[in-house]
Design a protein around this ligand. Sequence first.
Ligand code: FES
Length: 173
Amino acid sequence: MTFSPELEARFEKFLTKYPPERKRSAMIPMLIYAQDEVGSMTDELIAEVAKRVGVTPLQVNEVLTYYSMLHRKPMGKYHVQVCTNISCLLVGGEELWRNACKKLGIGHKEVTADGQVSLEEVECMGACSWAPAVQVNYDFYHDVTPEQLDKLIDGLAAGKTPAEIHGVERVNP
Ligand code: FES
C-alpha cells in the first residue's frame, strides 16, 4: 500500500524516533495520520501499518478496539465530538449531545447521508475547565451553548468550513 509523499515522510520521521526494537511505539500516530488520509481503518491499512512497525495485524486490531478515535468505518468530512463526561454533563453536555443527534437525525458514530457530518459522544477531552466542550476534527470549542452548537452544525451541514462559521469561536491549539 502506498501513501502520499507527505504521509510517507511523516511515517519515516516517526519510525526513526524509536530504536528498531521499539518501532511499535510509532503505531498510534501512524494510524491516526493514515486514517486522515485513507478515511478509515481498512484491512489493507491495518496490514500495512502492522508490517511497518513489526507487529501482526491482530495486534493493530487490539489497539483499534481500545482507542475510540480510530474508526473502522469512514466518519463524516466533519467529525463532531460532544463530551458528556461529568464536568460537561453538569453544565449541559448531555443537552448538547441530544440536540445534535436530533438536529442531524443520526446517533453515536453515525454519518449524515451526504457524508458531510458525523457525530460521536465522547469521554473527557481534557477541557473540563471550559465545559461543555466540543471538538470538530482537530478544532476545539469551549463553553459551548446549545445555540452555538446549532449554528456550528448548521454551518458544517451546509458545507461551510469551521473558519467560515461566525459566532462560534474555535480555540487555538
Ligand atoms: S468532562 Fe468534558 S472535557 Fe472533561
